[in-house]
Design a protein. Structure first.
Lengths: 355, 355
DNA sequence: TTGAAAGCGCTAACAC
DNA sequence: GTGTTAGCGCTTTCAA
């Protein structure tokens, strides 16, 4: 290997500036115990040599890596993408790198928890959208660094999440206020790592119904993977073939709502005239489709979790059990409307459905 | 700070196993010059102490960081998410960490190129979807590590990208074959970091038209940010108010196609009966919407770029100027069909449009 | 305000 | 096969 020109070291800078490496170190870290004159000499030498401090060497001494480890189930979701897109620059501004561990399946997950590659190689770990077992959580406890959980409430550990339950309640109330009484809940199947939110949203839906004096009906709860058209069709078929079919569907995710709308319209069931559809997330998709939805802000989550993590790294006496819960709000758009025939609800005599 | 229990070091493991640190090092790196008996003793000691090698210390000696730096404009796109979701596990399998630099705007970009934080802190750099200036590219050249460009052809440097031009050509031919003669091209405005692909797709579109003996008409080329409904409506209005409006729109991205379809249907222009729409990407979105599109595989890109990078790190005599070009293919779905009135193309007397 | 010296935890020669 | 030794490039006492 034609030895790629060695990076200059502090010694090189020191020599060039006519000072010791200690002084170079002090200068570059902005310590004020350096005379202005020496400082500028050192800075110039560093610039001329295109010098950059080796984090490796520095962290060997300081015990700090300057790295934030981030554990995610996938990067192919609006939520993850948005969160990390706001987290990244925030960390950068704090002089930290962002080390992403993508753990898409059980095999990777097992390997991750076995080796804990982040150990000793990060100052804190952010766990996004995983539903960890008690055992896994405990394993992370003695990682020797702060661990913050995102989109997941873990007792006794710091976490950041949106108030999914309240959001789902508000969503359901929105539909109730429009006059709907038969409201279905559609949950996502197969989305990795979001089951905590999913459960909370179902709870919020149930709670809103109960508050309105409507007993939750399990027949109205269906599930499907949004990307699988056939499953979505089946779910829709299941709902429409009920004796008392719903007049509205609350989907726990915008993607699923989009998929439902696609299937409904294909089946000649107008949205929102004959069926209201409400999503959750407020992804860009929601605006394209004019989809009513519950907005949450993953970029706020990214910011909050980043700030909390930096605090925990810097002063270990920050409240370790802090939970940050972020709000949601309903955005009514074009896919929710009052139900048809609000006055005369007859049993089981809707028009034949074409599914 | 209540000194968080120190991580055990190799010395601790060595002591516990009754060997030297060199032996521990050799064992843990899987070098075969260790007797099976000693090996198991060391492994057990390491396990008991919950020991993990410090990359920092190791890399100080080896000169290798075990880190892959990845520069991206954003993480909130299907393309980036999918690419990195396949790249991540691949790197993990090779024992490398993935260090992501999110550089969303000019300020961050300037800062990145000024400090080059990846310098000395990674073994290779993957530059995703940026349209770098010559100056920036040169700055990366003397970063002292392999730099691979993704979704961007840079002369003389290794890169991986899909054949956007060929894809756009095929797409346009698909529409031509259906009988369309007035085909619009809609490009995305404001998407950070994809202008290389964008230009290539426009070229492919033009080329296909030319090949079919149809002179490209600049009036048929419009642009809009997919998430801005108003701009998309304007773009549609512009096309529909032409003397000879198009019968098909080729959108350079699925999101934009989705947005166009939303606007068209709202305007009571049936898709595909009165207007065909073709996208590019084949995101999950495309299937939900039954959108005809040109498929590319970002996860293949992630894999290819990962493998190339690992090769370049390991043997510097791998062809440094290698370009990997990946294929695309048209997926006809429900949003493309033959144009209306194929037989009698009259000028400027379509039905009044309701925009 | 600056420099000298002692490591941080590991790997790589080299000797045994 | 295994241990000894000498650093890798920094930061951090401690003296000056």
């Amino acid at each position: 290997m034609p030895p790629a020109q060695r990076h200059p070291t502090m010694a090189d800078v020191a020599e060039r500036a006519g000072v010791s490496t200690s002084t170079v170190s002090r200068t570059l870290r902005g310590l004020s115990t350096v005379s202005p004159e020496v400082r500028s000499r050192v800075e110039q030498a560093a610039r001329e040599l295109n010098f950059a401090v080796s984090r490796q060497a520095a962290s060997l001494v300081t015990g700090r890596t300057g790295v934030m480890a981030v554990l995610v189930p996938t990067l192919t979701s609006w939520f993850m993408g948005s969160s990390l897109s706001s987290l990244g620059p925030l960390l950068r501004a704090a002089g930290m790198e962002m080390n992403v561990y993508v753990v898409p399946d059980m095999a990777e997950r097992t390997a991750f928890f076995e080796h804990l590659p982040a150990r000793r190689n990060a100052d804190a770990l952010l766990v996004f959208c995983f539903d960890l077992t008690e055992e896994e959580t405990e394993r992370l406890d003695d990682l020797g660094m702060p661990v913050i959980y995102v989109s997941q409430h873990v007792d006794g550990r710091p976490s950041v999440y949106v108030d999914d339950m309240a959001g789902a309640r508000k969503a359901t109330h929105h539909l109730l206020n429009l006059g709907h009484r038969r409201i279905a809940f559609a949950h996502t199947v197969g989305a990795r790592g979001f089951s905590f939110s999913s459960q909370e949203r179902l709870l919020g839906y149930r709670q809103a119904l109960t508050e309105a004096g409507i007993p939750p009906d399990d027949d109205l709860v269906v599930g499907a993977p949004p990307q699988d058209r056939r499953s979505v069709m089946e779910a829709v078929g299941q709902l429409l073939s009920l004796q008392k079919p719903p007049t509205a569907i609350f989907a726990e995710q915008d993607e699923l709502a989009a998929s439902l709308i696609g299937v409904l319209r294909k089946t000649r069931i107008e949205v929102p005239e004959r069926m209201s559809v409400l999503g959750f997330d407020d992804q860009p998709l929601a605006e394209w489709l004019d989809l009513s939805t519950v907005a949450q802000s993953p970029s706020d989550i990214g910011r909050e979790v980043g700030e909390l993590a930096l605090k925990l790294i810097n002063d270990s006496d920050t409240d370790h059990k802090r939970h940050i819960v972020l709000p949601t709000h309903v955005i009514p758009r074009g896919t929710t409307a009052p139900p048809p025939n609000t006055q005369d609800e007859r049993e089981g005599c809707g028009e034949p459905t074409h599914i």
